[in-house]
Write a protein that binds this ligand. Structure first.
Ligand code: FEO
Ligand code: CA
Ligand code: CA
Length: 747
């Protein structure tokens, strides 16, 4: 067994991987960024540099007395969206929301989902995570219930939260907050630690209910569900039954085991839950001699998806024991079979999809919708359904220099499917047959959707990889997109469709590989759609490339959802408000609006507000991550601009781009700032727009393993410091946000 490189595991942020290039990765810059961030966090003692206006902290605002005071006669003020006072940037270890709003922790890592599982002690001794909330709450959707508990889309006082549990807070191999003394950091990993770490990944469904004005989860609800990386999952669509997914677990290639590293989400027009598998590759190991053992094109595929031979797994789960549930984390070709039915050489091909779950029926198996392609998925956003027309599903691949995709259904939308008898069968109808496209953006503000199939001559003739059939194209969507010359983007995160006009918004969170003078194939010069390359200082640490990210938006051309052309502009550029407005702060963000590394993004179907959330490491010397409320315009409402860069050779690189209309104080405003070390994610609301649920992921993530057991050294103690739950270890959690006057969120 190879001993993994501990530093590499710790240093490689799994959200910040690139595989689309020669693999001379940016180990040192990533490591330096990590270390400087950690040092700052340790040295700062978390002093709140700014007043936390109206935040009150959770302990001050979540009490029953507040609830009692506002429940009887809420008197909503006449609604004006974004009328709240902007929340200042903050380094405080609390959730800050505007005056007049209340934010309360609701559902945290380890919370029990059934009566037989005891309350969470939060000291590393807890077990039975198959029946508890998972870790690293991420994308999330709300599904209404009637007062009697039947599925009812309009149900606003009782419902289900379905959510992703993306990952764990790690140091070296261990998810250290989950173990009494931080766990083991060498191989082999003890089975008990592995079993716990595996079980906190996947999905959960939890019932929530409003009593008076207070929301709580419902322990032992018949709807409560966990899906883990060990749950039996059906493969659906063109890849089902293909030779590429034959494994010891499923010699017929029709099933796989579980889902992992689930990040963004989607809610289908037929009421199912969609979840994107993102950084799944890192959980698997591959032996140093595996290329020769294979001797076929699968080596090209594995390299392109980030598993070159000798790759160590993130946690070493393959060392937990001889049971098959541990063996499946080893991708090496070790069996004698010709088809892979005696080992897990093909296991990676069963990961990397959009998975569909019926949130209302825990007896139904979840399905991986392979027609939508295999990559580092984030959210899945549907076009506005129109009866008699095809649907589009917009998606992105979040790694540096990866692509934007859309899937167009073969089936046309039928109104009756908005309330179907069988949500999974309806998913089969729309998501198992259609065409997958990748985006190619031109410098003139137009773009093309290019179909990924063997009907494309460039894919047929691709020299680096010979595609056998459509399933091969879908499993190796990144290679097919390479073949057609798709546009490499600055890490596509979430996307969402503006319900007002059907335009599609994509967050491009950041990219350290943009540079005016690229060297090596992984670095890219700025282009029109990814036009910034600059240096932002974080203390004494230089953040190079596009460290603050931007938000691009598309308007479909003729054919709407099925269009093969579009126009685009950049809605917003993330930046510090004090940065150079001619080169960096191109959207003229003020101190009430400035943000870095947009990640979560979703339009409210109820208020129309575009909610923007950050997962940042560049501006975190000044502020914790945040959520903003926006009222955007439309593609083309701004102006063309040219950015000029001096090249090392003494020339000028001129990059034309298209900057959307600059926001005002009435169209973009910071709504929330999270606790120390957290990212803000998950955007869901009740259908009256009056309750919002979001997730606080990985508070205190830079707490060193050596400090486990000494709460005074945890970089965050949220939500315990807000009065939620036992122990002092920080926990990812869902929070519920309400407006004290009973009004809609964002007004
Ligand atoms: Fe899990 Fe790309 O964020
Ligand atoms: Ca800075
Ligand atoms: Ca994300």
């Amino acid at each position: 067994m190879n001993k993994p490189n501990d530093l590499a595991i710790r240093a490689t942020d799994p959200n910040d991987i690139d595989s689309n290039a020669s693999h001379d990765n940016h180990f040192n810059s990533i490591l330096n960024a990590r270390l400087s961030r950690r040092n700052w966090l340790r040295g700062s003692a978390v002093t709140a540099a700014t007043a936390v206006m109206g935040s009150m902290g959770l302990s001050a605002c979540g009490g029953d007395s507040d609830a009692a005071a506002v429940t009887p006669t809420p008197t909503p003020t006449p609604e004006k969206l974004l009328a709240f006072t902007a929340v200042p940037k903050s380094l405080a270890d609390v959730v800050s929301v505007p005056a007049g709003y209340t934010a309360t922790a609701l559902y945290a890592l380890g919370d029990s989902l059934r009566a037989a599982t005891p309350a969470y002690k939060n000291d590393g001794s807890d077990t039975d995570f198959d029946n508890r909330a998972g870790d690293h709450h991420d994308g999330m959707e709300y599904y209404g219930l009637s007062a009697a508990g039947a599925p009812l889309a309009s149900g606003a006082e009782r419902g289900l939260l379905a959510m992703n549990h993306e990952a764990t807070t790690d140091e070296k191999l261990s998810s250290h907050f989950l173990h009494v003394n931080g766990g083991t950091t060498t191989l082999p990993r003890p089975a008990a630690e592995v079993d716990k770490e595996v079980a906190v990944h996947g999905l959960s469904v939890v019932e929530v209910k409003k009593t008076g004005s207070a929301w709580a989860t419902v322990n032992d609800s018949a709807f409560n569900r966990r899906v883990t990386p060990l749950t039996d999952v059906e493969l659906a669509g063109p890849v089902r039954g293909n030779a590429l997914v034959v494994t010891k677990y499923s010699p017929t290639g029709t099933k796989t085991r579980g889902t992992i590293n689930n990040c963004g989400t989607g809610k289908s027009p037929w009421g199912s839950y969609l979840s994107g598998e993102e950084n799944w590759a890192g959980y698997f190991t591959r032996s140093a001699a595996d290329n020769a053992a294979r001797g076929d094109k699968s080596v090209v595929s594995l390299n392109r998806y980030g598993r070159s031979q000798g790759a160590a797994s993130r946690h070493g789960w393959e060392t937990g024991g001889s049971d098959d549930k541990y063996a499946r984390w080893n991708l090496s070709k070790i069996g004698a079979s010709a088809d892979g039915s005696d080992d897990y050489r093909n296991e990676l091909n069963g990961m990397g999809y959009i998975v569909e779950m019926d949130p209302y029926d825990k007896t139904r198996a979840i399905r991986k919708r392979t027609a939508l392609g295999r990559y580092a998925h984030e959210s899945a956003a549907f076009s506005v359904p129109t009866v008699g027309q095809q649907l589009a599903v917009y998606m992105g691949d979040d790694s540096r220099n990866e692509y934007i995709y859309k899937f167009v259904t073969t089936a046309v939308w039928a109104a009756a499917d908005a309330n179907p008898a069988d949500r999974i069968a309806t998913g089969d109808k729309y998501l198992d047959s259609g065409k997958l496209y990748v985006a190619k953006l031109a410098a003139d503000g137009t773009g093309q959707w290019i179909e990924l199939s063997l009907s494309n001559a460039l894919i047929q003739a691709y020299g680096a990889y010979k595609f056998a059939d459509l399933a091969d194209v879908l499993v190796n969507a990144r290679l097919a997109a390479d073949a057609v010359g798709a546009t490499k983007m600055d890490r596509p995160e979430w996307c969402s469709v503006n319900p007002a006009n059907g335009e599609i918004y994509y967050t491009l969170t950041n990219n350290s590989n943009r540079t005016v003078n690229p060297s090596g194939s992984s670095q890219l010069a700025p282009d029109s759609a990814n036009p910034r390359a600059y240096t932002d200082m974080k203390g004494s640490s230089a953040q190079n490339g596009n460290p603050n990210g931007h938000i691009i938006r598309f308007k479909e051309g003729t054919g709407a959802a099925a269009a093969t052309s579009f126009t685009w502009d950049v809605y917003l550029f993330g930046a510090e408000s004090g940065a150079d407005a001619s080169k960096i702060n191109l959207s003229n963000l003020t101190a009430d609006q400035d943000f870095s590394s947009p990640d979560g993004l979703a339009f409210s179907p109820y208020t129309g507000i575009c909610w923007i959330q950050t997962d940042d490491g560049a501006y975190t010397d000044v502020t914790n991550c945040m959520m903003l409320a926006a009222i955007p315009g439309k593609v083309g409402d701004g102006a063309k601009s040219t950015l000029n860069y001096a090249t090392a050779a003494g020339g000028n690189l001129a990059v034309d781009t298209f900057i959307g209309k600059k926001p005002t104080a009435d169209t973009l405003k910071r709504f929330l700032v999270g606790p120390v070390g957290s990212e803000i994610t998950g955007i869901s609301e009740t259908p009256d727009g009056k309750t919002m649920f979001i997730n606080i992921q990985h508070p205190g993530e830079n707490t060193a393993l050596a400090n486990i057991g000494d709460p005074s050294k945890y970089t965050s103690q949220w939500p315990a410091n807000a009065g939620y739950g036992a122990g002092k270890r920080p926990r990812s959690a869902t929070i519920v946000i309400t407006k004290n006057d009973g009004g809609r969120i964002g007004s």
